[in-house]
Design a protein around this ligand. Structure first.
Ligand code: GLP
Length: 241
């Protein structure tokens, strides 16, 4: 695991974006793994700026989001379908038909999860997976106790995660209770991982991810198993290292 600590959140975004841009320059039809949440927004903004300036071409780029809430229609502003469209697909000008998000509104969620795995396989896997980290050490929506071998499946959201994400909803009880998420095994299959974390609220989880034991109680510790994992932190997120 390569760990880079930078003075500001803006530099974290720029550094991670440079890495993603490199992958796309090397392979114009690269498969990106997309994360939601606040942490990767600076990456997406930086990439969008590169596209706007004509420094990066993304017409053939394909993408798979990590996760989706169960029970929210794709048109719901807090569904990850909507969030990915608003923060990634539209600002970067990706082709919408090449951007995939698990179908959390499917009648048969198990079939939707299996189908998502099959779609990733059919695309020959993810070239570079962008990740944030939850305050409880989750990645995607792989909450503590997730198996390192897990694949895309239905998960129950931890109370801490629902509380953290309540800020996006009108009322705390509106936060969905379940999700579809790529598994830790799915995430570890990506050829490269880039995880970004900023702010002191992440310091404990970052410490457990990097210096703690491999443990399903800190799902992000699975990154210790990956041969090409880059972790980019600001000083606040690195405070416990
Ligand atoms: C969400 C997402 C994760 C994200 C995490 C942290 O619940 N499912 O992919 O990394 O929480 O979010 P943030 O970056 O807003 O702190």
């Amino acid at each position: 695991m390569q760990v880079v600590i930078l003075p500001s959140a803006a530099e974290v975004g720029r550094t991670a974006a440079a890495k993603i841009a490199q992958v796309i320059e090397r392979r114009p039809d690269a498969v990106l793994g997309l994360a939601t949440g606040s942490s990767p927004l600076a990456i997406y903004a930086d990439l969008a700026e590169r596209v706007r300036q004509g420094r990066l071409r993304v017409g053939a780029v394909r993408a798979f989001a990590l996760d989706e809430y169960v029970g929210l229609a794709p048109s719901h502003p807090q569904s990850y379908h909507h969030v990915i469209r608003r923060t990634v697909t539209e600002p970067l000008g990706l082709s919408p038909e090449l951007v995939h998000v698990p179908d959390g509104a499917a009648a048969d969620l198990e079939a939707a999860a299996a189908d998502y795995e099959a779609q990733i396989r059919a695309a020959s896997g993810v070239d570079v997976q962008i990740l944030g980290i939850g305050a409880n050490g989750h990645i995607g929506f792989n909450e503590p106790t997730s198996s390192f071998a897990s694949r895309t499946r239905i998960k129950t959201l931890a109370p801490r995660t629902r509380a953290d994400n309540a800020r996006f909803f009108d009322a705390a009880e509106d936060v969905p209770t379940h999700c579809l998420t790529q598994g830790l095994g799915t995430i570890l299959d990506a050829r490269e991982l880039v995880l970004v974390a900023t702010g002191e609220a992440k310091a404990e989880a970052v410490h457990a991810m990097i210096e703690g034991p491999l443990s399903s109680m800190c799902p992000a510790s699975a990154l210790q198993l990956h041969p090409h994992a880059l972790v980019v932190l600001d000083e606040a997120a690195a405070a416990r290292l």
